[in-house]
Design a protein around this ligand. Structure first.
Ligand code: ZN
Length: 276
């Protein structure tokens, strides 16, 4: 990316964080002060509602601040994609191309929106590198994620985890040892919230292998769906190109991969697709 885009991104992200983050933080502190013993439950409900609202407005209000979206005008690819969507019983309100190339050569495709107003977005980098049949196979993989409700399950899991963390904070906020143990002599609500968010990632880190395992399982499931509704060998060809463009290793350390990787190693994925 250019220096100009880098600085513009930084400015836009900081402005959004202030404009959206400040009222959210004030609301959380207000709930913590006013809602008595069970404040953490109210904060959790507020947090879930805020996240759902954010997901809802993201495609129309936030994403266009960072990228341009144009309708997909390649007639041949359109016909292929529409045939795939019809085969999979997926209703979409539009196919769009996003100028992802202004930041990196990384290629991707994703859905946004809810219900019947779902849009499919292709990165221009993906369309530039892949053949139409390969784009179709990649989209079939993404449709697999959708059909197996992976996104819904992920959101549900994050909500459950945040309830757990808030319930723990509900206990810690009055515990003197929590503050003293982290080197503080004074104790108040805002400080407790800040300390917790500094300390929590250390403990959440222990959940990494579990989340990676679940994510890799979803990837295999989406690959199986793609192999059933498009061509497995085209998906293999697309994966190889994407690994090349992302400069991703083909031979990760097995232990490191087991702990961190959200996607299975390339060789394993390709072997299963070839079996399919
Ligand atoms: Zn995937």
């Amino acid at each position: 990316m250019t220096l100009r885009i880098f600085l513009a991104d930084l400015l836009k992200q900081a402005s959004l964080a202030i404009v959206i983050g400040t009222p959210v933080l004030l609301a959380v502190l207000w709930l913590m002060a006013r809602m008595g013993e069970l404040w953490w439950l109210y904060v959790w409900l507020f947090w879930c509602a805020f996240n759902l609202l954010f997901l809802f407005v993201y495609p129309t209000w936030i994403a266009p601040l960072f990228n341009k979206f144009a309708p997909l005008d390649d007639a041949q690819l359109r016909a292929r994609v529409e045939a795939l969507l019809a085969r999979c019983g997926f209703a979409s309100s539009g196919l769009f191309v996003m100028d992802g190339s202004k930041r990196s050569s990384h290629g991707n495709a994703y859905f946004t929106g809810f219900g019947k107003s779902k849009r499919i977005v292709f990165f221009d980098t993906l369309l530039g590198r892949l053949q139409a049949v390969e784009v179709e196979a990649v989209l079939a993989h993404e449709l697999g994620h959708f059909k197996h409700r992976h996104v819904h399950k992920r959101i549900g899991m994050l909500f459950v985890m945040s309830l757990g963390f808030l319930a723990i904070l509900g206990q810690l906020i009055d515990a003197r040892w929590f503050f003293n143990g982290l080197g503080l002599t004074s104790q108040n609500t805002a400080l407790g919230l800040l300390l917790f968010f500094l300390a929590a990632p250390v403990f959440a880190f222990l959940l990494t292998p579990l989340l990676s395992l679940l994510s890799r399982r979803d990837e295999f499931q989406a690959d199986r769906y793609a192999a059933a509704h498009a061509s497995a060998s085209d998906l293999v060809a697309a994966l190889v190109k994407m690994y090349e463009d992302n400069a991703a290793t083909l031979t990760p350390d097995p232990l490191h991969s087991l702990f961190y990787d959200s996607h299975p190693p390339a060789a394993l994925r390709i072997a299963r697709l070839q079996d399919a």
